[in-house]
Design a binder for this molecule. Sequence first.
Ligand SMILES: Cc1cc2nc3c(=O)[nH]c(=O)nc-3n(C[C@H](O)[C@H](O)[C@H](O)COP(=O)(O)O)c2cc1C
Length: 171
Amino acid sequence: MKVNSELIFRRRSIRKYTQRQIIDEATILHFLNAGMCAPSARNKQPWQFIVVNDPAILDILSERHPYGKMLKEASLAILICGDKGIDDNESYLLQNCAAATQNILLAVHAEGLGAVWLGIHPREERMHMCRELFSLPECIMPVALISIGIPDEEKSPNNNYEQSKVHWNKW
Ligand SMILES: Cc1cc2nc3c(=O)[nH]c(=O)nc-3n(C[C@H](O)[C@H](O)[C@H](O)COP(=O)(O)O)c2cc1C
């Protein structure tokens, strides 16, 4: 069990990539499968995923997301969206999409690739940018964008544990 949870501690936000390479479809489907394995409220699985592997669209995203410059070298991006047609509770949509996003980040790391979570919701201008670029229907809420590439940086494992944030049996 400890060996598997190493993956959680070793995942870091990777923002530097070597040159773009094609990521094969089986690997991409594996990432999506990981996303769809996430827990969701009432098991509604109210998510939709936009896979971006067109370099021209990755370039546009790199220019339009204020912290998305790394997308210029990214091989792939995945936009995680909440589907209000499946669940109209926005809070649950966000929580469900966040769980799916983290699952994808871990799956990407497990494959030896690098990824970073780029915030979309609740920034109106970023949500608008995604709505326009991908012609999203009204009921689709863009939540998070994951930039994925061949890592060109190494980071030490996370060690964020803080005793002061842990409360046993009472505050
Ligand atoms: C909701 C959310 C939004 C984020 N937005 C961005 C972003 O726009 N740009 C970016 O470079 N990183 C973004 N991050 C990644 C965080 O900066 C990163 O997870 C944090 O600094 C901790 O680093 P680590 O992932 O290496 O542990 C975001 C993370 C979350 C959870």
